[in-house]
Design a protein around this ligand. Sequence first.
Ligand code: SAM
Length: 420
Amino acid sequence: MSLFLSAPLSSALRRCTPALRRATGGLAAAPCQAVPSRTFIDVKRLLGESGPEPPSAGQLLAEYRSMTAEDAARCRSPPRRCSMLARDFVDDSLYNPHYGYFSKQATIFTVEDDEGFAFNSCRDTLEFMNRIGARYAEIEGDLNDPWYGYAIAKYIATEYKLNHFPQEDLVIYEIGAGNGTLMLNVLDYLRDNEPAVYKRTQYRIIEISPKLAERQTQRHEVRDVRDAHHGRITIVNRSIFDWDQPVTESCFFIAMEVIDNFAHDVIRYNVKTGEPMQWFPLAPNLTEPEFLPTKALLLLEKLRDYFPRHRLVLSDFYTLPDAVPGVDAPVVQTRYQRTMVPCSTYLVQPGWFDIFYPTNFELLRDVYRLVCRSSRPANTTRIMGEREFLERFADVERTRTISGENPMLDYYENNKFLLS
Ligand SMILES: C[S@@+](CC[C@H](N)C(=O)[O-])C[C@H]1O[C@@H](n2cnc3c(N)ncnc32)[C@H](O)[C@@H]1O
């Protein structure tokens, strides 16, 4: 496996997008050693045993038992001498309860300032990024500033009042809520700006990580003492993929930077016949790999089956720097000496690497329409650039620096929304 180094922080921050922040960990590049890796196929050993002829796909498949991520979830260490679909391998690497990346790491960066980030006190975007960069040097994660949450709240309140108020309550589901910051900001905004809506609001989180679910609970208890979101919040520690209760009421369904970690399948096409192939060790004449968002498809099926009256508010990266080769390919990175180091393959030691994909929003929108909105007009589902969304719903005046720039708008430059 080869490794290449990320661009220094200075140039990354100049481009100042969430994906870059995540890709660089907010630090300058440093020299590093290769991180040990293991792929599915121990080619050297196989070549040694079976002579100079490379083993066929059939031989490999016969020798290695096939496993799914569900099978591997029972293993306490990464299984050896087995084959998996790319989707299962990545899913296991990230979510295995014993050694998965998220089982080991669950720290999310938050700007812990009740008044929000003081954009107005920054000279310009460069100073804003320097101040944020200093915080990222301490801890990796995502920026959850109140202004962003307020924009989401304003959007939801506007849509709710237009279409559901006063007949129905405002029910919000959020999956993958991280520290729970967005929830607190949305509820704060509704309480302070939309009291009639706030009275009718229920906020429910579905969070896979026990550590984060616990933190969300602790934080809302702390806030409950001081304030009154009491009785409005429910936190369910479960994967959305295990959800099995029908929610028949209308609801908003939020997913912010969650599907980027949903595993994809990999296919390559035979260049002569056009036939797609999912298992292709050492096979010649294939196109470059294409990554297909099959777990995201499972999420859409969950929405169709269990949240039939939902309105989707999904945001994520649509482009990422330093991705591995291929179409819609992921970034694979690990922390080494406080620097995030991107790799050139997703076939790496399970549990040590974050693997996250850009979302092909046009593809997702088309699949969403087919799965969840087949009986409604196409224009009820739309893609919106994050900048456009924030220009419409955020307080752009309070987030402007002294020089007149608005770092919040640049900050989310490579994110988009899917809204329904
Ligand atoms: C990158 S963090 C994003 C946190 C937050 N939404 C934000 O934008 O800052 C991804 C979150 O999704 C959660 N998550 C990942 N897979 C999930 C699943 N299948 N079901 C529920 N939550 C999930 C993680 O535990 C984490 O809280």
